[in-house]
Design a protein around this ligand. Structure first.
Ligand code: PMP
Length: 394
């Protein structure tokens, strides 16, 4: 059986990281990998997470199974974190949340669920979108189509092209949107655009599927969720995939959630029963530890305060680096889009050749698409990166 198999090429990000590790230069800079980095270049365990883990270790009494939906406390608190405590959809009992193995688990189970609703459902994704969206959705049997999203000249949202394309979608089609901090472009919808897309989706009978993997890292926990909250209020059905990987720094603990917003409690119950059956046939149940940590934080006022303080610090650091890089690059052209964009990623809009020059001559690593992880910069490396960039673009 195995004899006929060919070795697949390595994932481009992983092979880039290998080249980075093997680069002997001591002043090399990694702007490739998509994890948050602090000023020292580390991805530390957040202090609130560390404190919650210590409490858990002292109080946990069992490792018995938790069930396909995960833990009720986590699901309830994540629902409130995303929607806000007094959201009408929560009051009207239209919200069901299940804990998943990371944001990827949420995306994949949402895809399996959509395929159960209607086999081969069409999902419209932004061009570009996070590369992993495609295999996660097609792997469940969904059909992918793209809508234009980014204006390559200005690196901002091409809203007219986006809406003109989505006017062609058929009733029952699904539209995948990034809740905030669009990966890979950093270009987000503003409040008016969220409102206009909500109108469009409602008028055409489309189903929004929102991936929110960076809540709190764009402009803050509430502002980053404005699109989700609006759609959950105005539309009968919304699917939301969320992740605790970035905002709690729990990457390897595989902690995420899938939220189904339904027209009413009865339909929500039926939909959730289908989803839980799909979960049982895939991985049975999610891992417990990361969600227990998140639940402990969200349920303990002093840990919640500490976590929010740390998260706000991460968010401010990214915003400051954005402003700093944008200003430092100004002599070489208009890089103001970097300051306007949100979250960890931006495209620099330079050619693959220029990306290669930065790698070869300056030891600065980014994806061939010129996507950089802003958090990979520091106040120490930023001037050097800006200088090298000015040199290759001028
Ligand atoms: N969605 C997007 C847009 C992401 O960038 C990521 C992580 N890179 C995820 C979902 C899922 O993350 P995880 O499975 O690690 O929680």
């Amino acid at each position: 059986m195995f004899e006929q198999l060919k070795t697949l090429p390595q994932d481009p990000i992983l092979s880039l990281m290998k080249t980075f590790r093997e680069d002997p230069r001591t002043d090399k800079v990694d702007l490739g990998v998509g994890v948050y980095r602090d000023e020292a270049g580390n991805t530390p365990i957040m202090a609130a997470v560390q404190a919650a883990q210590e409490r858990l270790l002292a109080t946990e009494t069992t490792k018995a199974y938790i069930g396909p939906a995960g833990t009720e406390g986590f699901n309830h608190l994540i629902g409130q974190l995303i929607l806000g405590q007094d959201h009408p959809a929560l009051r009207d009992d239209r919200v069901n949340v299940v804990q998943t193995p990371g944001g990827c688990g949420a995306l994949r189970m949402a895809a399996e669920f959509l395929n159960l609703c209607q086999a081969g459902t069409t999902v419209w994704v932004s061009a570009p979108t996070w590369a992993n969206h495609i295999p996660l959705l097609t792997g469940a049997g969904l059909d992918i189509r793209e809508y234009p999203y980014l204006d390559k000249a200005t690196l901002s949202v091409d809203f007219d092209a986006m809406t003109a394309c989505l006017e062609q979608a058929a009733a029952g089609d699904v539209v995948l949107l990034h809740g905030c901090c669009h990966n890979p472009s950093g270009a987000d919808l503003n409040a008016d655009q969220w409102s206009a897309i909500t109108d469009l989706v409602e008028r055409k009978g489309l189903l929004p599927f929102i991936d929110i993997a960076y809540q709190g890292l764009g402009e803050g926990l509430d502002r980053d969720a404005q699109g989700v909250r609006l759609m959950a209020q105005r539309l009968p059905e919304v699917i939301v995939a969320s992740s605790c990987s970035k905002n709690f720094g729990l990457y390897r603990e595989r902690t995420g959630a899938l939220m189904l917003i339904s027209a009413n409690a009865q339909q929500g119950k039926a939909a959730t029963s289908q989803l839980l059956s799909a979960i049982r046939s895939h991985y049975s149940m999610p891992p417990a530890h990361g969600a227990a940590v998140v639940e402990m934080i969200l349920d303990t006022p002093e840990l919640m305060q500490q976590w929010q303080h740390e998260l706000n610090g991460m968010c401010s650091r990214i915003l400051e680096l954005r402003a700093g890089l944008s200003q430092a690059l100004t002599p070489a052209g208009d890089f103001s889009f970097i300051e306007r964009q949100r979250g960890m990623f931006s495209f620099l809009g330079i050619s693959p050749q220029q990306v290669q020059t930065l790698r070869d001559e300056f030891g600065i690593y980014m994806l061939d698409s010129s996507r950089i992880n802003i958090a990979g910069l520091s106040t120490e490396t930023l001037p050097r990166v800006a200088e090298a960039l000015r040199e290759v673009v001028e």
